[in-house]
Structures are given as structure tokens and as C-alpha cells.
Design a protein around this ligand. Structure first.
Ligand SMILES: [Fe+2]
Length: 225
């Protein structure tokens, strides 16, 4: 079952640090006050903390474990709410909680968990969304190499309806300045060797396979970005 959801704490921490540094710069770029910058930066660091609980939930309950991709996606989609609940118990501010809870909402209403649209999505969540997607695209995955900055920005432009345009334009400016300097390189173990372009194509094909067919490339879910 380890291949269904492979939670890697080191990678998650590196991702959190990468996202939070971008969130800090982007929040300053759009002119937020330093207290707000601090809260959103914290949210950027902690946004995926619910994945730890999710991994325990999946591994700790045999009935929940299923090779079906659709099952995995169903549970992966719980992680923003799990992050929110963990942080709420610890008394974090509403600015942090709202940013974390809605960090997978898309501007056009196609995100999750609540299908919020436009400015219904809290500002902190719209900021994290941009930084989170860019950080994920510019990081190596087991089934593909990282995209370079131009490729990542062009992929984001292809899905521009997911982002708040004002936030995205400010993000373009900070990417021009800082690029991927906050990215933390991690050594990959032997069983996580990159599969290259062919592997990426096979991954995409197998992800679309019929329910019940196990996806050999799904060592870590793209949907967790
Ligand atoms: Fe997430």
C-alpha cells in the first residue's frame, strides 16, 4: 500500500518552505501590511500539514486502502480541511485558517473543497494557489523532471482561469526577480529515479485508466500539489 500514497516528510517540508518564501514575496509585492504578510507566510508553510494525518488515516485503516485512483483522489481532496482542523485546534488566526482551508480553490470555481469563485476565495488562499502550483511545477517528481521557469509560467497561463489575474501578474514580477532560488534540492533515493518524458506520458495514460486498474506510477499524487 506504500505505493498508493507515499508521504515524504522531508519533501513536504521543503515544499512548505519554498511556497512560504514565495508567498512572503508575493504578499509584499501586492502591498500587504507586514502583519498580513506574516500570517500568509505562515499559512504557506503549513498549508499541507493535513497530509500527514491523511497518510496516517489511509495507512492505519485497511478498509480505506484501495488501489483505485478514484479512491485516492477522494481522500487526497480531504487534506485542506484536515490542515484547517489541525491548525484551528492550535489557535491560529482566521487569516491563516482561511488561507489553508481554501488553498485548492480555483478562481473560476473549479477547485475544492467548496467550489468558491473569484473573490469569495480568501486573499491568502489565492496567493498560496499561485505559489503552490509554481513550486510544484518547478520541483522534480518521481515521474517527471521539474519544469523550468518559463515552462512553468506558460503551463500556468494555459490554466489562467484558475488564478486571480491581479495576483498572477504580481507573481510574474516576483518570479522575474527570484526565479526558483527558494527551491530546496533533495537527493532522490534509488526507487524514486526520474522516469523522464516517457514515464510522464505513461503516467498520464495510466492515470486515465479504467477504475480498478492499479497505476504503477502513482507513487505520489500529482493532485497533492
Ligand atoms: Fe495542498
Amino acid at each position: 500500500m506504500g505505493e498508493i500514497v507515499n508521504y515524504n516528510l522531508t519533501e513536504e517540508l521543503a515544499h512548505g518552505i519554498y511556497v512560504s518564501a514565495l508567498v512572503r514575496d508575493l504578499s509584499r509585492e501586492i502591498g500587504l501590511s507586514e502583519p498580513a504578510v506574516y500570517e500568509f507566510t505562515l499559512a504557506g508553510l503549513l498549508h499541507d500539514i493535513g497530509k500527514l494525518q491523511l497518510a496516517n488515516y489511509i495507512y492505519g485503516n485497511e478498509k480505506i486502502v484501495s488501489p483505485l485512483v478514484v479512491e485516492e483522489m477522494k481522500y487526497v481532496r480531504m487534506h485542506p480541511m484536515l490542515s484547517f482542523e489541525i491548525l484551528k485546534e492550535r489557535g491560529l488566526s482566521d487569516l491563516v485558517l482561511d488561507a489553508v482551508r481554501y488553498h485548492h480553490e480555483d478562481y473560476d470555481g473549479s477547485g475544492f473543497p467548496s467550489n468558491l469563485v473569484g473573490e469569495e476565495i480568501p486573499l491568502g488562499a489565492r496567493i498560496i494557489r499561485c505559489c503552490d502550483v509554481f513550486a510544484a511545477l518547478t520541483t522534480d517528481r518521481p515521474y517527471r523532471k521539474r519544469f523550468d521557469i518559463d515552462e512553468a509560467m506558460s503551463l500556468m497561463i494555459d490554466e489562467i482561469t484558475h488564478f486571480d489575474m491581479k495576483i498572477f501578474l504580481a507573481f510574474e514580477r516576483i518570479v522575474h526577480r527570484v526565479g526558483t532560488k527558494y527551491q530546496i534540492d533533495l537527493p532522490y533515493s534509488d526507487d524514486e529515479l526520474l522516469l523522464g518524458e516517457t514515464g510522464a506520458a505513461e503516467f498520464m495514460a495510466s492515470a486515465a485508466a479504467a477504475p480498478g486498474q492499479k497505476n504503477p506510477y502513482l507513487t505520489r499524487s500529482e493532485t497533492w500539489q
